[in-house]
Ligand binder design. Structure first.
Ligand code: ADP
Ligand code: MG
Length: 443
């Protein structure tokens, strides 16, 4: 595999049906020469295929680039005719149709059915669901905010997918796309078309609105778009990484309008929700993982749920390559790198701090020789987590915890593994703490 484009397509292969891959994706060629880190260009043999892939998979392809490179590019699928690449979206059979069907790029798998509901996201889920049932009536705008990878885009697009299926006009856009569109129409003197497009849709989804910060001209334009849509009772959904009040460099009139409808937050998922999300992603991507591997993956991912798909395709790709099933040893091996990176950020002191706070036992007690059962319980967990989450060797751990030598550590590790096998509550507690520690140290 020579370039990033083909690597991404290879990853995509593991996530989609074989028929889709063979019939469409396989015919794509990555244009390495003209692509940039924020723009990935692919060539398709004809407009039909280009259009189809653009609509169905551009978002996913972009997502996979992000997993590989850390940058989420705009994906353009074009038909190469001489030197002029004809983009799929600008090559409709009739121009009229293209104006009617705006560039939505909704990910078809971002549906309510595919969204796992837990305490951390229940509020945002219920709000989105209500909006999809009564758009423009219940909460307008709906403003969803929360950290990266917590499902904001998924939820807003789920509403989009519902309305799209009802034949409504849905526009999904980022601030950047909105701005580009605006500049293009401004310089082409076609602002009326811009207005038509954004002010006449049934649902406008604007993702990551925090990027409006400091961009005055586009804030003005967005304000008028917002007003026009709201006056017509057309639904607007906005996402952001923070509460409207906390977005700096934003006009007050916009901030206040963002709070007119409903502001819903999404919190990092609890362990059980993470487990359910992994199960769901396995189902969608047709990856088979047993319970042990699922629990393991849940404890190594941080709050960013986006990591899950990357991990699943990595596991799947390796297992296909090696021709073996994915069991826990295999998963540990494949994901070793991922863990090593994290391990280097975690220290025993951090673990001690969290364990002592969560279990209400002093650090000095954990390091003492006390046989009090609460203290022994906390000490075991601290040793186990230190061994698993930090790069410290057994002799180093023995020294830290005031134990005789490395065999004492090894004995404790065995003992804990045994308890974990028989005591589900204990295991959940250990996983939960491990999760907390990873989350804190990854911030
Ligand atoms: P955000 O926009 O908040 O950064 P995304 O919506 O892009 O996050 O979500 C990142 C990934 O995690 C997506 O693949 C999404 O489907 C998945 N995801 C996040 N939360 C959930 C959930 N509760 N149920 C199912 N998938 C989820
Ligand atoms: Mg998002």
């Amino acid at each position: 595999m020579s370039n990033i484009g083909s690597m991404v397509l290879q990853m995509l292969k593991n996530e989609i049906s074989e028929v889709d891959y063979k019939r469409y994706i396989k015919q794509l060629h990555y244009n390495e020469e003209d692509s940039k880190s924020n723009l990935a260009i692919f060539h398709a043999p004809n407009p039909l295929i280009a259009n189809w892939i653009q609509t169905k998979y551009a978002h996913k392809i972009s997502h996979l680039f992000e997993i590989k490179t850390g940058v989420k590019p705009t994906v353009t699928v074009c038909v190469k005719t001489g030197n002029i690449p004809l983009t799929a979206t600008s090559a409709p059979t009739t121009p009229v149709q293209s104006e009617k069907v705006p560039h939505t790029l909704l990910n078809p798998s971002y549906t309510f059915q595919n969204f796992v509901v837990g305490g951390s996201n229940n509020f945002a889920y219920v709000a989105s669901k209500s909006v999809s049932e009564k758009p423009g009536i219940v909460y307008n705008p709906l403003f969803i905010y929360g950290g990266v990878g917590l499902g904001k885009t998924h939820l807003m697009q789920a509403v989009g997918n519902v309305m799209l299926a009802q034949g409504k006009t849905v526009i999904y856009t980022s601030v950047e796309q909105f701005l580009n569109d605006f500049s293009r129409h401004l310089s082409n003197r076609t602002m009326d078309r811009f207005k038509d497009k954004y002010r006449k849709c049934d649902l406008l989804l604007i993702d990551d609105i925090q990027f409006l910060s400091g961009k005055n001209q586009i804030q003005e334009e967005f304000f008028h778009t917002f007003e026009a849509l709201r006056n017509e009772n057309k639904q607007i959904i906005i996402t952001s990484d923070k509460h409207p009040k906390k977005i700096g460099g934003l006009e007050e009139r916009l901030k206040s309008r963002f709070e007119w409808g409903l502001v819903a937050d999404i919190q990092p998922p609890e362990l059980e929700t993470k487990i359910e999300i992994i199960k769901k992603k396995c189902e969608i991507n047709r990856v088979k993982l047993d319970k042990e591997v699922i629990n393991y993956v849940a404890t190594i991912i941080e709050n960013n749920t986006r990591e899950i798909e990357g991990i699943l395709s990595k596991l799947n790709a390796y297992s296909q390559l090696m021709g073996v099933d994915i069991n826990i040893e295999f998963a540990r091996n494949v994901l070793k790198e991922q863990l090593t990176e994290k391990r280097n950020n975690i220290t025993i002191d951090t673990i001690m701090e969290i364990v002592s706070k969560e279990l209400n036992v002093k650090s000095s007690e954990i390091r003492s020789k006390s046989r009090n059962s609460n203290i022994v319980y906390a000490r075991r967990i601290a040793i186990y987590l230190s061994r698993n989450l930090t790069p410290n060797s057994m002799p180093q751990l023995a020294h830290y915890f005031g134990m005789k030598d490395h065999t004492a550590v090894s004995h404790t590790m065995k003992k804990i593994q045994e308890i974990m096998k028989n005591d589900e509550d204990f295991k959940i507690k250990v996983d939960e703490l491990s999760n907390k520690i990873s989350a804190i140290t990854s911030q």
